[in-house]
Design a protein around this ligand. Structure first.
Ligand SMILES: [Fe+2]
Length: 142
């Protein structure tokens, strides 16, 4: 996998401020993961690992809710497929095995980091941008 850092860049914005704020929150969580991966998780406390999992789970459920609300409200043409992708991502985050994470934090955090990275490229920068573009065409303004 190529080198990617979770540093937020303005060109990543989808243009709907509430959603952009959430994406920034995902990057914040991902940067915490990144830091632990850089230090190979040496001496990591299980409380910190659990906090990261909780933050991620909270993020996915809130982001799913907000985007679904927008899509319904603006009758987004790609809603069904968009929700399917969210469900898939959600399943991966909810399915994080905390016991395994505690036993092999470095390995599992690398996997989670890659999952989020894939989500950024395949979903946020493609699908979310597409969705927000349609919303704006239909008259949404921040
Ligand atoms: Fe989305």
């Amino acid at each position: 996998m190529f080198d990617f850092n979770f540093n937020w860049k303005p060109e990543m914005e989808v243009g709907v401020s509430i959603i952009d704020e959430q994406h920034k929150e995902l990057f914040r969580i991902a940067r915490n993961i990144e830091q632990l991966v850089i230090t190979k998780c040496i001496g990591v406390q299980s409380k910190l690992l659990l906090d990261i999992v909780c933050d991620l789970r909270e993020y996915v459920s809130y982001n799913n809710y907000v985007e679904a609300t927008f899509m319904t409200e603006w009758n987004y043409s790609g809603k069904e497929e968009h929700i399917r992708q969210h469900d898939e991502f959600c399943k991966k985050i909810i399915g994080i095995d905390c016991k395994r994470l505690g036993q092999s934090p470095y390995k599992v955090l690398c996997e989670i980091k890659e999952t989020i990275q894939d989500w950024v490229f395949a979903h946020i920068l493609m699908e979310d941008k597409k969705m927000c573009q349609e919303l704006k065409q239909k008259g949404y303004t921040n």
